[in-house]
Structure formats: structure tokens, C-alpha cells
Design a binder for this molecule. Structure first.
Ligand code: PGA
Length: 251
């Protein structure tokens, strides 16, 4: 299976012109070999313009709301995303959880997105405080998130048809370069195996793709992507540098 590499631009860049140019450079850098499936997730205002210039990469959104067409000022529905050419929605990123997004909200967002036939990238991961209590505390924390975030979804058509992807993103490794610790890829591998086993035993999800995210760059990408169990990467900072991102995609 091809690795899945997601470019999460977060609140970048500043203008539509820069966004389009960045997208074009990234798309070109994917190369004819198309070694990986690449998704670019720009901020909402740039989705359509970026979507128009993509030849190889797919379009992703960084967030979504759970209701269609109602009195919810400032929210964007799965259908709106779908009609803008979006194929993937990132849901439950730790930077959104930090702003108050709860597991219950995440659960509703996942359900609505799957119904609209978007592919979901659900982000889970423990904080530094939890990690300090050890790997088994981290495992329990992540299992708790998955239980709540995927609650009630296991028997739906959508999950069974592999529309859900999990990204394991330990919060302490995001934008910190802390994954450079030599033991890190093995720890990530262990967590990812656990996520797959848990989702299989608890939700009957088979062959769940699980990505790694947290300071992935061109130098360390291979440490993670070499494992067949790690199905790809969610890349923040390095996805704003086309050369760097190109190396990750063609690792
Ligand atoms: P980072 O971000 O690669 O800059 O650490 C990853 C993410 O938050 O998705």
C-alpha cells in the first residue's frame, strides 16, 4: 500500500497567492513515481484556489462542523467541503482540542463527515504530562480518546469501507523536534500497533491505516516510514517548505 502523507499547513501562508504557489511546488515535487498519496490541507479560504492547481495531490480540510446548513455562524459543513473538492478532513487535532474541542464534538464531526463521504483523519495523542507517567499511561490515554471519538461508529457502513484513518500525534512531539530522540520511532511504532489492535478488537475495524505526526522532516521521515505498520505521516512545519516536503514524499 502507498504511504499517505498529509501536509497540514495550519494557519499558513498569509495570502492566496502564496498558497497557490506553495501548492504548485508541492504538487510538482510529488514526481511521476507517485510513491505516496499526498494530501494538502490549506486554511479554508484557500481550498478552492489550491484545489484548482493540484494535479497529483488531493485536497484536505483542517476542520469541519457536524451540521448542514443551519444557524451556526462561522462553521463549515462536510457538504460544503465536499462541493469545494475536499476529499479528506482532519478531525480532533490537538491544537483544536486545546481550544476546547471535546471528544463528543469530535465524535459528531467524524460521523457527519463519513456520511458526506469524506475520508476522516482522526488525530489522537497524549500530552507530555501523560507521557511522563510512561508508555502504558500513554496507551491508556489514547485508547480512552479512541473509545470516545469513535463511539457508536463501528457498525456503520462507512468505517467498514476504510474511510477512516488515525494519526497518532503525541502532543509533546508536535513542532518541537523532540521525536529526534533515538528511541522515538520504536515508541511510535508500538503506539501505532496498539491503535490498530484496539480499533480491531473494540470497533471491528480491520486494516486501519495509522499515520505518525510530530516534527516529521526530511531527515527523520524514513525512521518512521520504514515500518510497514506506519502507513504515512501528518506533516506540519516541514510541509511549508516544498523541497523538504518533496524529500519526505519521495523518502
Ligand atoms: P509538525 O506538526 O510537523 O510541525 O510537528 C504536525 C501536526 O501538528 O500535524
Amino acid at each position: 500500500m502507498k504511504k499517505l502523507i498529509i501536509a497540514n499547513w495550519k494557519e499558513n501562508p498569509n495570502s492566496i497567492t502564496e498558497a497557490v504557489s506553495l501548492a504548485q511546488q508541492i504538487d510538482k515535487g510529488i514526481g511521476k513515481a507517485n510513491k505516496a498519496e499526498v494530501v494538502i490541507a490549506p486554511p479554508f479560504p484557500f481550498l478552492s484556489a489550491v484545489g484548482k492547481v493540484l494535479k497529483r495531490a488531493k485536497l484536505g480540510a483542517q476542520n469541519v462542523f457536524w451540521e448542514d446548513k443551519a444557524a451556526h455562524t462561522g462553521e463549515i459543513s462536510p457538504r460544503m467541503l465536499k462541493s469545494s473538492g475536499v476529499k479528506y478532513a482532519i478531525i480532533g487535532h490537538s491544537e483544536r482540542r486545546r481550544l476546547g474541542e471535546t471528544d463528543e464534538m469530535i465524535n459528531k464531526k467524524i460521523s457527519a463527515s463519513l456520511k458526506a463521504e469524506l475520508k476522516v483523519i482522526l488525530c489522537v495523542g497524549e500530552s507530555l504530562n501523560v507521557r511522563r507517567r510512561g508508555l502504558s499511561a500513554s496507551k491508556n490515554f489514547v485508547k480512552g480518546q479512541l473509545k470516545k471519538d469513535l463511539k457508536g461508529l463501528h457498525s456503520t457502513f462507512y468505517i467498514l469501507h476504510s474511510r477512516i484513518i488515525v494519526a497518532y500525534e503525541p502532543i509533546w512531539a508536535i513542532s518541537t523536534n523532540k521525536n529526534a530522540r533515538p528511541d522515538k520511532p520504536e515508541d511510535a511504532l508500538e503506539m501505532i500497533k496498539l491503535i490498530k489492535q484496539f480499533c480491531h478488537s473494540h470497533f471491528a475495524i480491520r486494516n486501519l491505516p495509522v499515520l505518525y505526526g510530530g516534527s516529521v522532516n526530511s531527515k527523520n521521515a524514513k525512521n518512521f516510514l520504514q515500518y510497514k505498520e506506519i502507513d504515512g505521516a501528518l506533516v506540519g512545519g516541514a510541509s511549508l517548505k516544498p523541497d523538504e516536503f518533496g524529500k519526505i514524499v519521495n523518502f
